[in-house]
Design a protein around this ligand. Structure first.
Ligand SMILES: Cc1cc2nc3c(=O)[nH]c(=O)nc-3n(C[C@H](O)[C@H](O)[C@H](O)COP(=O)(O)OP(=O)(O)OC[C@H]3O[C@@H](n4cnc5c(N)ncnc54)[C@H](O)[C@@H]3O)c2cc1C
Length: 490
């Protein structure tokens, strides 16, 4: 096969700056060509079309972007590739109707930009590079009385840069919100290679337009994040954790509403009976499967946490729970209960083997959850296709899992149709199509539907124009968040 002249030149120019931190090795590229949502698609001619780069700082990122711009090659920023909307490492772009590949691309992996530059207990801020993993930040904070509250279930792997770029949330979303609530300032490189510094190192900050907020959730399409100033928070003194298993969603929901009266649980995670059953089998646990709620409540002391658990357990049983488990954060079983929730995704993927899972990311107002669940069940019955439900009950963000063979065009289009129907029902109930995973390439159509539903289709033009200002050459993660520039081949 003839070598691609443009990629040859890009490789040479990048090598002169980054040395051995540039690769066209098919194994290196293969490992970085996919994300958690696109593991099926690895193009065969990877090294003909793509280059992997591992920069060390913002200046190197700027040089990479400038070289990409000079040759009209895309740049795909990448943290830990746990993206679930086909937005990160994945070179393939998947929509309901087609799967296509970026023509040429530079994968920009932030793995070597992983230092925690500063932790200030007095100011309650951390200054970190984008490759720092969320759990690593919390490990570094273990000696202090502070923590970083945003906790995607992937926190062990997910990078701060990726979490900012997706606007990630997590289990503690109901109490602490999402990344947009915790980023005070950013350093990023735009599509022309210019380094920008926005926001502040103080909690209050007015600096013209809030570009920091705009960057949060921009999914690598407006700039490459090279540093972040994050807000930190005092760790709860003690936590009571309850796992309660019910026969049906209605009883579980009623119990949850009771607990929520006058309180905001730290986490309130739901897993429907079929998902719980898969997780139990995957982990080899000897507990009964049912509609499962995992609840964390903050307490002022260990004694208070113990006392609270006794009341909670009794209330759960009174509400119909047929199995409960409890722990405070001082108990060993505390992490075991959490592991159960964290294994939801692994359990689903393992049980499905060759089938792919489309993870939807809908949220509806808490008051509409029972009606949403009812409508999802109706759609399931209509198509005879399993739609498993699980996720963050505490903020109304349930993740419908739809099984699907992405490589089979008919099956793929049916799965996307089902996903679309679910989203339309969520929108009718005042909800949203994407709560925390981002739009990626998977939800381009859903974003349009959502805007149309609000009578605000023209807002997409505004987004396209913002993209053009940040990235006039349209090289940063094209095909994500907004459709490709009309008429442009990527
Ligand atoms: C098992 C599992 C559980 C999950 N649970 C949750 C959850 O509870 N809540 C949640 O919100 N998400 C969840 N996710 C989705 C995902 O993990 C998060 O969105 C995560 O924050 C992405 O981080 P990452 O480092 O893997 O980013 P990547 O996948 O590498 O990238 C994600 C996006 O950010 C862009 N990007 C990455 N780094 C940068 C950068 N430095 N500058 C600019 N753009 C960048 C990429 O181009 C891409 O668009 C889960 C995923 C898995 C696999």
């Amino acid at each position: 096969m003839a070598r691609d002249k443009i990629i040859e030149r890009v490789f040479e120019e990048l090598s002169s700056i980054l040395g051995r931190r540039v690769s066209r090795d098919p194994v290196d590229l293969g490992l970085h060509a996919i994300d958690a949502s696109s593991y099926y698609f690895i193009p065969k001619d990877l090294s003909e079309r793509y280059v992997l780069t591992v920069p060390k700082d913002a200046e190197e990122v700027s040089e990479i972007v400038k070289i990409a711009g000079k040759h009209g090659v895309s740049v795909i920023p990448q943290g830990s590739s746990t993206d679930l909307s086909m937005g990160s490492g994945s070179i393939s772009i998947t929509t309901a109707n087609q799967i296509y590949m970026l023509e040429r691309g530079i994968i920009l992996h932030t793995g070597m930009m992983s230092s925690i530059e500063e932790i200030s207990e007095t100011d309650r801020v951390a200054v970190v590079e984008p490759g720092v993993r969320i759990d690593s930040l919390n490990e570094a904070l273990a000696e202090t009385d502070l923590f970083f509250p945003v906790d995607p279930a992937s926190a062990r792997a997910a990078s701060v840069g990726g979490a900012i770029a997706t606007g990630a949330g997590g289990l503690r979303g109901a109490k602490y919100g999402t990344m947009r609530d915790w980023v005070l300032g950013l350093e990023f490189v735009d599509g022309l290679g210019r380094i920008h510094r926005t926001g502040c190192r103080t909690v209050k900050c007015r600096q013209g337009y809030d570009l920091t907020r705009l960057m949060v959730g921009s999914e690598g399409t407006l700039g490459v994040i090279t540093k972040a100033v994050l807000k930190l928070w005092p760790r709860p003194a003690a936590i009571s954790r309850l796992m309660a298993v019910f026969n049906d969603f209605t009883s579980l929901y009623r119990f949850f509403l009771g607990v929520r009266r006058g309180r905001v649980p730290l986490i309130a995670e739901y897993m429907e009976n079929r998902v719980a059953d898969k997780v139990i089998r995957t982990l080899g646990l000897g507990i009964p499967a049912g509609h499962t709620l995992i609840l964390d409540l903050e307490a002022g002391s260990g004694e208070e946490a113990e006392k609270l658990l006794k009341t909670l357990e009794k209330d759960a049983k009174d509400a119909g729970a047929f199995y409960t488990a409890t722990a405070t954060d001082r108990d060993r079983s505390f992490e075991e209960i959490y592991r159960f929730r964290r294994s939801m995704y692994a359990g689903m993927v393992k049980m499905k083997l060759k089938r792919h899972i489309i993870f939807e990311d809908t949220a509806v107002p808490i008051s509409k959850l029972p009606e949403f669940v009812r409508r999802v069940r109706e759609i399931e019955g209509k198509y005879g296709r399993e739609i498993a439900l699980g996720g963050h009950l505490g903020d109304g963000n349930l993740h419908p899992h739809i099984e699907c063979d992405l490589e089979d065009p008919e099956d793929r289009s049916l799965a996307f149709k089902i996903a679309k129907e679910i989203v339309i029902e969520a929108l009718k109930l005042g909800g949203t199509s994407s709560s925390e995973h981002g739009i990626g390439s998977m939800k381009l159509e859903l974003l349009l539907i959502e805007l149309r539903n609000k009578g605000s289709e023209h807002t997409l033009d505004l987004m396209i124009n913002i993209k053009k200002v940040f990235d006039p050459k349209w090289i940063l993660n094209p095909g994500r968040v907004i459709p490709t520039e009309p008429g442009r081949k990527i």
